[in-house]
Design a protein around this ligand. Structure first.
Ligand code: VTB
Length: 338
């Protein structure tokens, strides 16, 4: 197991997600997914430069050829210890942001070097997430009905009192049918299963369970959060595209079905997760342009080693000389504009 990081870099990471959210929030409702994402990437990268860490992006915007920044393999931070792996999603829910829908967030997770599971050619995975009290009850190899019964028992509530977060995708038709038949309530959301996982792992958010297939990068990022909260999570590769299936078959053979436990997804007891709301959501409020020359942000930061969870409300003065965002050639940083 890689070394722990000792120092709490969580506060630095909140500044990174705040910067991404502040820049991205300008693009709410524009219908332009790429512009919001681009602004968040710029801002995140600019602020990351100042963080005391020697980071390598392992979950990022993609391969170097397609992603000019925050690509997989890019070095981030100022090069000082600790040596860490970095997983980012500058805008988790680009469509939510583009359409002004709830729950788009800027997220980052870090763990000691080598600790994050590497998805390789795997793009999609099946996930199940619950809070701590039910973490030993889940078994992704059992049916959704059996899992709901076991979770209900662990939480000492009837299945009918459970609310399950499911992405509203055609691939989930059968899952949704089964959950309905089991009698649980469903929160069907078009996007954003990192937020779904976060809410499922934290008691009292209105979401008790996350089930279904979403992105593998989002799965690793969510795993850092769930580990930090002490919740339960399992995953399993669930290829959705033919080329994905092919690549996995030739690389992995039989182990495609391997159950990925939380300790496989994050192989360290030390990990940090930080998120800032971009659009408003029931759990995390978004960026509010609510004061003359100022903005309010809402963030959460969690550390696995200590289990500390902080909710941070930031009030930012939008003076040009203060603002993170696009990095000018002279090194000054400005917030994204459009
Ligand atoms: C998943 C999910 C994400 O997009 O990646 C989803 O994990 C994509 O699913 O949270 P489809 O390819 O079926 O659209 C999100 O919902 C948002 O990025």
């Amino acid at each position: 197991m890689p070394d722990r990081m000792f120092r709490n870099v969580g506060m630095d990471l909140v500044r990174v997600t705040e910067a991404a959210a502040l820049s991205a929030a300008r693009f709410m409702g524009t219908g332009d997914k790429e512009a919001g994402d681009g602004a968040a990437v710029d801002a995140m990268r600019a602020v990351l430069r100042a963080v005391d860490m020697d980071g390598i992006v392992v979950i990022g915007e993609g391969e170097k050829d397609e992603a000019p920044m925050l690509y997989n393999g890019e070095r981030v931070g100022n090069g000082q210890p600790p040596q860490v792996d970095v997983a980012v999603d500058p805008v988790e829910g680009t469509r939510l942001l583009a359409l002004g829908r709830p729950n788009s967030i800027a997220v980052i997770a870090i763990a000691p070097r080598g600790a994050f599971w590497s998805p390789g050619a795997s793009l999609y995975m099946e996930k199940i997430v619950v809070e701590k009290a039910a973490r030993d009850a889940i078994d992704i190899t059992l049916s959704p009905t059996e899992n709901l019964e076991r979770i209900a028992q662990a939480l000492q509530r009837p299945v009918s009192d459970l609310t399950v977060f499911v992405l509203d995708k055609p691939r989930h038709a059968e899952l949704i049918r089964e959950i309905r038949e089991a009698g649980a309530r469903i929160s069907l959301q078009t996007d954003g299963d990192v937020m779904g996982a976060l809410m499922a792992a934290i008691p009292g958010t209105g979401i008790d369970v996350l089930m279904g297939i979403g992105g593998t990068p989002e799965g690793v990022i969510a795993a850092a959060a769930v580990k930090a909260i002490g919740g339960g999570m399992q995953g399993r590769r669930a290829p959705q595209k033919e080329y994905e299936r092919e690549a996995l078959r030739s690389n992995l053979g039989d182990s495609i079905d391997q159950v990925l436990n939380l300790d496989d997804l994050v192989r360290s007891e030390d990990a940090f997760f930080a998120a800032t709301g971009i659009t408003d959501g029931p759990f995390l409020e978004g960026v509010h342009f609510d004061r003359a020359g100022g903005v309010t942000t809402h963030s959460i930061v969690i550390r696995a080693l200590t289990g500390s969870l902080r909710y941070i409300r930031g009030v930012h003065q939008l003076k040009p000389e203060h603002i993170f965002g696009r990095m000018d050639t002279d090194g000054a940083v400005q917030i994204a504009t459009r």
